[in-house]
Design a protein around this ligand. Structure first.
Ligand code: PAF
Length: 277
């Protein structure tokens, strides 16, 4: 197992499978690394650990974001990763910290989703992921469906920039009771954690309704225990655009939620089926 901070110390400079992370690894990351190892076919599996300042706004949790490099390295090794790459801020942003990414993929800007609440966020994600892609030059990169809008943003960015990198997605890993794995779950007290379960309940409650309005109302009803709901909506899973209230059966639907529970802003999403889809 190698831990490298300099890109020129990576064992193979191009063609590996990259798993970008901000560290504080949990079982969700383990699934990403295991998947990367399963498809690697001899390519190195590089897990990057970089707490990316450009995706945090002032006042967000950059300073208290959990850091556990020693444990991350052990978990990477156990999951079949070959290298942990921990670039410094200087390596990532040699000309200083930029605040914009252009062209920002259109899917980053969908009304009412992340951009409406964290306008800096996808600029930061694209800045970090593009830079990691340039440094590591992977042939494939693995992302979790837990950050569903991020997954679509990265796919669109790769397409816009004609980068020859396969973007591979892995389903969300959940605790036994349904809570989606997240590094931010560790901010939750016992009672907040039980309120957080309402996100999973809400995603399930959206199923089997006749219309989008009914399904979104069912989600809001389930979300009563959380402190604030940023969004709880159903969108076209391919574009994240809003859909008709009674969409054609052929339209794939995704329910997406962001909610504040105590000190943690949590997101989750799931495929949804209405009565006719
Ligand atoms: O999903 C994350 O952990 C981050 O947004 C990512 C993709 C590593 C970019 O900093």
């Amino acid at each position: 197992m190698q831990v490298v901070t300099q890109v020129d110390a990576l064992p193979v400079h191009a063609g590996g499978v990259l798993v970008p992370t901000m560290g504080a690894l949990h079982a969700g990351h383990t699934a990403l690394i295991q998947h990367a190892a399963a498809i690697a076919d001899g390519r190195p599996v590089i897990v990057s650990v970089f707490v990316n300042p450009t995706q945090f706004a002032p006042g967000e949790d950059l300073d208290r974001y959990p850091r556990s490099l020693e444990r991350d390295v052990a978990m990477t090794e156990a999951a079949g990763g070959t290298v942990v790459f921990t670039p410094s801020v200087k390596t990532m942003y040699p000309d200083g910290i930029p605040d914009r990414f252009a062209p920002l993929p259109k899917v980053a800007r969908r009304p009412g989703l992340e951009d409406a609440h964290r306008p800096h966020f996808f600029h930061g994600v694209c800045l970090a992921v593009k830079r990691l892609f340039d440094l590591v030059q992977p042939s494939a990169a693995v992302f979790g469906e837990k950050d569903y809008q991020q997954l679509l943003v990265v796919r669109e960015m790769v397409h816009l920039l004609a980068m020859n990198i396969e973007i591979v997605s892995v389903p969300t890993v959940r605790e036994d009771d349904g809570l989606a794995m997240s590094s931010r779950n560790r901010y939750l007290s016992t009672s907040e954690r039980s309120s957080a379960l309402s996100l999973w309940a809400a995603l399930r409650a959206a199923n089997g309704k006749a219309t989008i309005t009914e399904a979104e109302q069912a989600m809001m009803d389930e979300l009563a225990p959380v402190d604030a709901v940023d969004y709880a909506v159903i969108r076209d899973a391919r574009t994240l655009l809003p859909v008709d209230d009674e969409p054609e059966p052929s339209v794939p639907l995704r329910a997406l939620i962001a909610a504040q529970v105590g000190p943690a802003r949590l997101i989750d999403n799931q495929v949804v089926r209405l009565t006719n889809t």
